[in-house]
Ligand binder design. Structure first.
Ligand code: NAD
Length: 509
């Protein structure tokens, strides 16, 4: 399972099988040059990797939280020290600027450290109350590792996104087989290679490479859970494949997040956030801003401000916006922008002609009809649809009128919390964008078409475990209930006790 790295391009075929059908290439989306050639791992290869992972799980799972934590913290240090190398690889495979790659890796590093340091507290055995009826028992709960976890990742954040599952699954005591996107196999390999430098000779984290078929093979392999991040379309296939073995899944899918601007908001800060939220990473962010709903009283000011701030923003090599990583996305972006324009949207910047062969120039549209695909579907490009609303109730209603429910943002001086709580999504930041992604204690995930399950934080650790309940009898029960020796007098006493405990009409205080 070694990758060969080539430096020159002849006639590369974008992320498709090579002529031998045993390898595929990853390409630099800015130039089309080949970045690397990687094996297409077959079902048999994937099954072998999972079998090795199962063996390693017996060792890794038997380590203490502290021992595993130390390995993970060492790995975190290795990644940190080699951040330039990893960000260069990510830059070449995704096209994202180096600075963006470093930011992404930095947040991921923080998550590894958090998972390593907190796994014991969150998952270790805890004594819980056993209640009055079962007062003769001590009660305990602990969270046990599942065994082997399969992780399938996307290309847009090839470090942060899969590590949100990998780091938490490892910290919980599982071994992991990771299938990175076919657009970023080199980054996936790099992660497993550096991990194996830290945990030598034990396949605790392995990477298998390939296209959708390799991902499918991981879904039907002998894994105990499958954590998928990618499109809802593929997520459905993943669930169907996992259903065969009753393998539980986490689905982290797409979004159509909105940023809401109230009349009392700091308009300049809101414009800056919307611009970055919508355009950074060339708009290829699951939790990126795609829609903006602005109170009509500050709408003109907001549009003026964001247009001014966007005037020097460009998509080109060496600029702040990179290329579209996946060339097939260009047609989708074009069709959404065209649909909006055809239905009457106002083009403030960019527009249908802004979509080039590799790069998409920043596009700002206003008064975008709510039934256009620019509003209803994930665009995944550097476009923003900005619409005025008469009040915050309308902003909330429009925000929630989507099948997705991943994240979002609210800018408001007074009503931020009230508005955030009414948004049907997994995450909302008030007076900033995507802040929640960098807070390791917070769960990350969506509802509806954006998927289910949570990574990050205590919820993210528990996601890769099963709850184990244990009772230990302290003394013989006063009421012997679970025995055939139970008599009518005991049953009567039970009814009396139940009446004392629950028969009254006390309400919650
Ligand atoms: P994708 O669905 O095309 O591919 C994701 C992964 O699934 C890839 O590794 C791919 O090889 C694999 N795959 C393809 N077919 C498969 C199959 N039949 N069985 C198993 N695996 C298969 O998604 P993408 O284009 O790589 O990623 C972009 C999408 O990911 C966007 O919708 C984005 O919003 C979403 N995303 C979501 C989050 C989140 O946390 N919610 C984070 C990042 C990206």
């Amino acid at each position: 399972m070694t990758a060969t790295v080539e430096s020159t391009s002849t006639t590369p075929v974008a992320n498709a099988p090579g002529p031998d059908r045993e390898t595929f290439t990853s390409l630099d989306p800015a130039t089309g040059d080949i970045v690397g050639t990687h094996p297409i791992h077959t079902k048999a290869d994937v099954d072998d990797a999972v079998a090795r992972a199962r063996e390693a799980a017996a060792w890794w799972g038997a380590l203490s939280f502290k021992e595993r934590g130390e390995y993970l913290l060492t790995w975190r240090s290795v990644i940190t020290r080699r951040i330039a190398q990893l960000s260069e690889l990510s830059h070449r495979e995704t096209g994202k600027p180096h600075g963006d790659a470093i930011l992404e890796i930095g947040i991921a590093i923080d998550h590894i450290a958090w998972a390593a340091k907190h796994a014991e507290k969150v998952l270790g055995q805890q004594k819980v109350s056993s209640g009055l009826v079962m007062a003769n028992q001590s009660a305990y709960v602990q969270y046990n590792a599942l065994g082997v976890v399969g992780v399938i990742g996307p290309w847009n954040y090839p470090v942060f996104t899969p590590l949100g599952s990998i780091a938490y699954a490892l910290a919980a005591g599982n071994t992991v087989v990771f299938k990175p996107s076919e657009y970023t196999p080199g980054v996936g390999r790099w992660l497993a290679d550096t991990f194996s430098e830290v945990v030598a000779g034990r396949p605790v984290l392995q990477t298998v490479t390939g296209l959708g078929e390799t991902g499918n093979a991981l879904c039907v392999a002998d894994v105990d859970k499958l954590a998928f991040t990618g499109s809802g379309r593929t997520g459905r296939k993943v669930m169907a494949a996992c259903a065969e073995n009753l393998t539980p899944v986490i689905i982290e899918a797409g979004g159509k997040d909105s940023l809401i601007v109230d009349e009392d908001a700091d308009v300049k800060a809101a414009a800056e956030a919307a611009l970055w939220g919508g355009m950074s990473n060339a708009g290829q962010t699951c939790i990126g801003t795609e829609r903006v709903y602005v109170h009509e009283r500050v709408f003109d000011e907001f549009v003026r401000e964001i247009t001014e701030q966007a005037k020097d923003l460009k998509a080109a090599p060496g600029e702040k916006l990179g290329p579209a990583t996946m060339p097939s996305q260009l047609d989708i972006i074009r069709s959404h922008v065209q649909d909006a324009v055809d239905k009457g949207a106002n083009v403030v910047m960019g527009g249908p002609t802004a979509i080039g062969e590799r790069f998409v120039q920043p596009t700002i549209l206003t008064h975008v009809p709510e039934d256009s695909t620019e509003i209803t579907e994930e665009t995944f490009g550097p476009t923003l649809a900005i619409n005025p609303v008469k009040d915050m109730d309308e902003a909330i209603a429009l925000t929630n009128a989507t099948a997705y429910g991943l994240a979002g943002a609210v800018f408001s001086a007074k009503r931020g919390m009230e508005i955030a709580q009414q948004i049907r999504s997994g995450m909302t930041s008030i007076n900033s964008v995507i802040a929640f992604a960098g807070v390791p204690t917070l769960p990350f995930g969506g509802v509806g078409e954006s998927g289910f399950g949570r990574i990050h934080g205590p919820d993210g650790l528990k996601e890769f475990t099963y709850a184990k309940a244990i009772t230990k009898q302290k003394f013989k029960p006063v009421l012997a209930l679970t025995t055939f020796a139970r008599d009518a007098a005991t049953e009567k006493r039970l009814v009396t006790l139940l009446n004392v405990l629950h028969g009254g009409s006390k309400t919650l205080k």
